[in-house]
Design a protein. Structure first.
Length: 229
């Protein structure tokens, strides 16, 4: 283990915190749930900053960081929906977006090739808005008597619609970008996948690297001699 593993360890810590946060929310111990969720949210920025600042990037880190975010937020949205603190349709939208991205990534990897996880233009703002919304809901549950005049139901409802808009928008952006890449990759593969000739066919045809350079029909063996005039 080296210093380059520190961002990955932070991401793993965020994954480990998912179960305690969910359990505390289910038990309505919102103060401790809020504290752990705040720690997890802060770690999301810390591991990315360390990876960029000291060039500690790795493929494992590129997988762990978004996985930790998705697990934490998905579990929190589902748990809060079970508690009746937010509508089910909002939790369903968050879960559906992540499922679409995961299934799409697996399909791309199986049919096209290596899938490099890249945040879309709207993914980071969407994650930030979702984290803020969960924090606001938990704060409202714990301190409703003190700050009820600030975190009103109308404000939280509007925030929820904003979460829905960014969730759907970022999901559509992912599908559009990676769908375009998949179509382009398949088209390029079709263009270079010409039939291969088993052996050289004399002066009328020859092979290139994986494609027929000068197609000739019919192709004749060199020993057949020149064509009769």
């Amino acid at each position: 283990m080296t210093r380059r593993d520190i961002p990955n360890l932070i991401s793993l810590l965020r994954i480990v915190l998912v179960a305690p946060v969910a359990a505390l929310l289910a038990e309505e111990r919102y103060d401790w749930a809020l504290a752990l969720f705040a720690v997890a949210g802060a770690s999301d920025g810390l591991d990315g900053w360390l990876a960029r600042r000291f060039d500690w990037r790795s493929r494992l880190g590129a997988l762990l960081d978004p996985l930790a975010d998705k697990l934490l937020l998905t579990v929190c949205f589902v748990t809060l929906a079970l508690l009746g603190a937010l509508p089910w349709w909002l939790a369903a939208a968050v879960v559906a977006r992540d499922l679409v991205i995961v299934v799409g990534g697996i399909s791309y990897h199986r049919r096209i090739g290596r899938f490099e996880i890249e945040p879309s233009l709207g993914s980071k703002p969407n994650t930030f808005i979702q984290i803020g919304f969960v924090l606001a809901v938990v704060v409202a549950l714990e301190f409703s008597e003190r700050i009820g005049q600030w975190l009103t139901p109308e404000l939280l409802a509007g925030w929820g619609w904003l979460v829905l808009a960014t969730t759907v928008g970022s999901g559509i952006d992912y599908v559009a970008r990676w769908g375009s890449r998949a179509r382009r990759a398949l088209r390029d593969a079709e263009e270079i996948d010409y039939p291969k000739i088993a052996q050289d066919r004399g002066p009328y045809s020859r092979r290139g690297k994986g494609r027929m350079v000068v197609p000739c029909n019919p192709c004749r063996n060199a020993e057949d001699g020149p064509r009769d005039k």
